[in-house]
Design a protein around this ligand. Structure first.
Ligand code: SF4
Length: 315
């Protein structure tokens, strides 16, 4: 093996990963916010909903989920017979940890008969006390399937909740969680970016605060951003989501320009997974996701309801 240069080391590492992948009969499902070199490994690169859907289609023995823990849990819930690995044990989602099953159970007691809709960015234990999950790509559609007379409890993202309320006109009891990465975006940052890139379209994620959403030309999930930017006649876009998204956007639309609203839009736990983490994951079969049956069954039902509703009509 060549160990003389960084480039040589990375080539060796990639070759080793490819060999281990074959030996383990593994598939790599990778989120759009992962490091570029990790995205380049992906058999599928996409958003939470895409990863969940792809997880139902695979025939591989091992799913390596390069993302954060709730994504790996979702893959396991949909594939209980397969081994699911999260390459970095500490790759959690801070927003998912902002609500717990006790919080949801208390809200249900306060609002009897309410339908609980939880963003897929929740732990399996919170999903187990949820009626139906949603992602940013299908949240509006999921809410529109709920009968008008039913109250709705929405967890954990207050910003996605506010956006969905605006789009559907439905009153909801919204849990006050947020994504720290998106919550730090401000209207001032958007105006400054617009000043620097006049004529560029502003495309933001619905996890952004409403003051940011109100200044946007389009509000899209990460998969929706890819479609929107590819179809748009504009040649430049200011992007309001985790900065890793600029990599798949540029790959998808090489002739267009993309700028982040701010360089600070980084999710630290999304950046934990490196090529070496993937190699170690396959070598030592770590870190395997296990979910107790009493949590897995009700959590799976909440995700399956979402997958059935699907992506149709999503942005
Ligand atoms: S970007 Fe936000 S929602 Fe996504 S994993 Fe990081 S903290 Fe969670």
């Amino acid at each position: 093996m060549t160990r003389g240069s960084t480039a040589g080391t990375e080539v060796d590492l990639r070759a080793e990963i490819a060999e281990l992948k074959r030996a383990r009969n593994a598939v790599f499902l990778v989120h759009n916010y992962q490091l570029p070199e990790v995205q380049d490994l992906g058999d599928f690169v996409g958003d939470s909903l895409g990863l969940a859907q792809e997880a139902t289609r695979t025939t591989a023995d091992v799913i390596v989920l390069c993302g954060v823990n709730f994504m790996a849990e979702t893959a396991k819930l949909l594939n209980p017979e397969r081994t699911v690995l999260l390459p970095e044990a500490e790759a959690n989602c801070p927003m998912a940890d902002m609500v717990n099953p006790g919080d949801v159970t208390n809200l249900k007691k306060e609002h009897p008969g309410a339908v609980v809709v939880s963003y897929v960015n929740t732990t399996a234990a919170t999903k187990a006390v949820t009626d139906v999950c949603c992602t940013s790509a299908n949240a509006v559609k999921v809410i529109n399937t709920i009968p008008a007379e039913k109250p709705i409890i929405f967890t954990p993202d207050q910003h996605l909740g506010a956006y969905v309320r605006r789009e559907t006109g439905r009153e909801m009891i919204i849990w006050p969680g947020c994504c720290p990465t998106h919550a730090r975006l401000t209207a001032e940052m958007v105006l400054e970016a617009k000043g620097e890139h006049p004529g560029a379209k502003v495309v933001v994620h619905p996890e952004c605060p409403m003051e940011v959403i109100e200044l946007a030309d389009a509000v899209r999930s990460t998969s929706g951003m890819l479609k929107y930017c590819a179809a748009s006649e504009a040649s430049g876009f200011i992007i309001g989501t985790e900065k890793g998204m600029l990599y798949p956007l540029k790959k998808h639309c090489p002739d267009k320009d993309f700028w982040p609203i701010t360089e600070q839009a980084l999710c630290p736990t999304m950046k934990l997974t490196k090529l070496a983490s993937v190699r170690e994951a396959l070598l030592h079969m770590q870190y395997e996701i296990t979910i107790p049956a009493d949590i897995a069954e009700p959590a799976r039902r909440a995700i399956e309801r979402m997958v059935e509703i699907g992506r149709d009509g999503a942005n």
